[in-house]
Design a protein around this ligand. Structure first.
Ligand SMILES: NC(=O)C1=CN([C@@H]2O[C@H](COP(=O)(O)OP(=O)(O)OC[C@H]3O[C@@H](n4cnc5c(N)ncnc54)[C@H](O)[C@@H]3O)[C@@H](O)[C@H]2O)C=CC1
Ligand SMILES: O=CC(=O)O
Length: 261
C-alpha cells in the first residue's frame, strides 16, 4: 500500500460485465481505492497475497468465475488476506461453496452471498428447460436437426417423448430456487413433492407435498437437486440413491456437480 493512499482498499476478484453493476462498483472509488490482482492462476495469487500486495484491503468483491484466478478461498489464502486487513468478502452468487466459511469466521472475516430471490427465477427456468428437454427428448431432436437428419427415419428420429403432466417432480432443497421451480412445474400439471431439512409452513409450500428422503427418491419421475454444496450434501445422490429411483427417472442438477457422486 503506498503512503499516499489514505482510503481503504477494495479488491475486485473477477470481472463485472453488467454495466449498471460495474458503474455501482466504480462509484465506490469515492470511498476506497479500488484494486485488482495481477495474478491469473491460484499459485500466483497465493504468492501475490503473501507478497503484501493487498495490504490495507478491507473488503473483497468476488465473482463466481474468479475461482480460476484464486482457487477456493481457504487455508493460507484466508490467513494472508486477514493479515492484510480484509474484514469482508462479498460473494456474487447464491452458493458459497467456493469459500471456506469456518476459516473466514475464525479469522474474523465476514462473508455475504447473493440473497436467494435474485437468482431463483433464472435458475428455476434453467431447471425447467432441462426437465422439459429430458422428458421430451429435445436434445437428440436438436442434434438430429443440426446433423441435417431432420427428415427422420428409423435411426435418426429422436425417441418418443414423455408428458410432464401427471408425473411426479421431487425437489431436493426447497429454498428460493426449489420453491420457484415448484410453481412452474405445478403449472405443467406435475405433482410436486419435496424434501428439505425442515418442512416449510403451508404458505411457503405452494401446494407441494413434503416427503422423507427415501420417498422422494422412490417416488420421483424427475428429481431436481436444489441443495447447497457442503459437507452434508456432497455426494448426496450416489450409487445407492440411484438404485432406489424409478427406472428411467430424470435427474436435473442445477445446484453443484458435487451433489451427485
Ligand atoms: N446453476 C446456477 O446457475 C445456480 C446454482 N445455484 C445453486 O443452487 C443452490 C441453492 O440455491 P438457493 O435455492 O438460492 O438456496 P437456498 O438457501 O434458498 O435453498 C437451499 C435449500 O436447501 C435446503 N437444504 C440444505 N441442506 C439440505 C439437506 N442436507 N437436505 C435437504 N435440504 C437441504 C435448505 O433448507 C434450503 O431450503 C445454491 O447453493 C447453489 O449451489 C444457485 C444459483 C444459480
Ligand atoms: O451458481 C451460481 C450461484 O449463484 O450459486
Amino acid at each position: 500500500m503506498s503512503m499516499s493512499e489514505s482510503k481503504p482498499r477494495v479488491l475486485l476478484l473477477g470481472d463485472i460485465d453488467h454495466a449498471p453493476a460495474r458503474s455501482a462498483y466504480d462509484s465506490l472509488s469515492s470511498l476506497a481505492h479500488l484494486i485488482t490482482p495481477q495474478s491469473t492462476n491460484p499459485a500466483d495469487f497465493l504468492q501475490e497475497c503473501q507478497s503484501g500486495a493487498f495490504n490495507g484491503t478491507k473488503a473483497i468483491y468476488r465473482t463466481f468465475g474468479s475461482v480460476s484466478i484464486t482457487g477456493r478461498i481457504e487455508g493460507e489464502i484466508v490467513k494472508t488476506l486477514a493479515e492484510a486487513g480484509v474484514r469482508f468478502i462479498a460473494h456474487n452468487g447464491a452458493g458459497y461453496d467456493q469459500i471456506d466459511i469456518p476459516t473466514c469466521t475464525s479469522h474474523k472475516i465476514h462473508v455475504s452471498n447473493t440473497a436467494p430471490p435474485a437468482l431463483a427465477a433464472a435458475t428455476a427456468d434453467t431447471a425447467l428447460f432441462l426437465l422439459l428437454a429430458a422428458l421430451r427428448n429435445f436434445n437428440p431432436a436438436i442434434l438430429s436437426l443440426r446433423a441435417g437428419a431432420w427428415r427422420g427415419g428409423p435411426t435418426t428420429l429422436a425417441p418418443l417423448g414423455h408428458d410432464p403432466y401427471g408425473k411426479t417432480l421431487g425437489i431436493l432443497g426447497m429454498g428460493g430456487i426449489g420453491r420457484n421451480l415448484a410453481g412452474k412445474a405445478a403449472a405443467l400439471g406435475m405433482n410436486v413433492t419435496y424434501h428439505n431439512r425442515r418442512q416449510l409452513p403451508p404458505a411457503d409450500e405452494g401446494g407441494a407435498r413434503y416427503v422423507d428422503f427415501e420417498t422422494l427418491l422412490e417416488g420421483s419421475d424427475v428429481l431436481s437437486l436444489n441443495v447447497p454444496l457442503n459437507e452434508k450434501t456432497k455426494g448426496m445422490i450416489g450409487k445407492e440413491e440411484f438404485a432406489k429411483m424409478k427406472r428411467g427417472a430424470v435427474v436435473v442438477n442445477t445446484a453443484r456437480g458435487g451433489g451427485c457422486g
